[in-house]
Write a protein that binds this ligand. Sequence first.
Ligand SMILES: Nc1ncnc2c1ncn2[C@@H]1O[C@H](COP(=O)(O)OP(=O)(O)OP(=O)(O)O)[C@@H](O)[C@H]1O
Ligand SMILES: [Mg+2]
Length: 360
Amino acid sequence: MTVVDFTHIWNTIPFPAFVINSNLNIIEGNSAAEQIVHTSQSHMIGKNLGLFFGKNSIVIETVKQVKKQNSSFSQYGIEISTLDRLSIECNLHINPLDKDSTNYLLIIQPTSFAQKISKSSTQRTAARSVTAMASMLAHEIRNPLAGISGAAQLLAMNASKDDVELAEMIGQETKRIGTLVDRFEIFSDVRPATRNAYNIHDILDRAIRSSSAGFGSGIEFIKFYDPSLPDASGDTDQMLQVFQNILKNACESIKNERGKIKIRTSYNSGVRYAVSGNKTEILPLQIDIIDNGKGIPSNIVDEIFEPFVSSKVNGTGLGLSLVSKIITSHGGLIECSSEESGTTFTFRLPVWKKSFKDKI
Ligand SMILES: Nc1ncnc2c1ncn2[C@@H]1O[C@H](COP(=O)(O)OP(=O)(O)OP(=O)(O)O)[C@@H](O)[C@H]1O
Ligand SMILES: [Mg+2]
């Protein structure tokens, strides 16, 4: 039997990790923790966390919250400062280590290491570049396109049979470009999403129904819904489009006959996302879409939310950038993890509040 050396594992975790007690005193810290608090492992033991991060820091506030709720808690995209005034953008993960909650594991994951948030900021950048591109396309292509197709129609009126065919071809091809421009137009809409209360399961069911009637026929859709989920807030047409795009990609990645897509919903109160300054958004609605397809090709995995990134012969590479634009305008987050055995997309969304409606 192999003996596992847990001290070694603990010290090879590349992020600062601490075990703390309910008084917020450090019981253990790993090697990466030494670097963030500038103190050796043996010296940090017994010291209070506030000594290194400041008494009123967000780290302390978050640990206190976990103590109160006795459940795991994650904060994404926040900024913390250490006493040497070094400011780090990171994700915080805090988990009670035992039932009686006397000890907690605190992991500080700098965002340079954190794929999750780097993807989500990529999403935001992608959304911006697509918006600019969309406006340009809509304005600069539509007008000449109308001119070309009008001229082709005029030519066809006095042309020989062969030339009529060519003129018709011009008409068909300009129509195709027009459709592509229409698809783009949605990107140039930069208004905030309308916020109506909707049931996420209704939207997921509609997306599943339309998938299984078309490109997803033969694929098994397995639902694990949390029936107590509160309403989400947003634009139902746009959210339907999000899940249709995700399910379409999932179906297209499945080549075998035992294709399965799991759709899971859950309520996770321990997720916050820093919006700006000290403001955070609570994103408790979680939707996981898990396929057993062939996974995202490794050469594009970091860029899938960028426009025009596609591994498919006829793909436009616009599906996920549209998803990213819609989720961003709904104040949500997307995470994605992929292996050769399948891909998971996780969505985190805010719940609907009456105050959203009042703002409209
Ligand atoms: N579930 C998935 N499994 C494997 N690869 C995926 C999955 N979802 C997305 N991808 C990869 O991400 C790329 C980008 O997806 P996106 O939806 O933006 O464009 P597309 O599907 O190629 O084209 P379009 O959506 O316009 O038809 C895909 O080409 C594919 O390589
Ligand atoms: Mg797609």
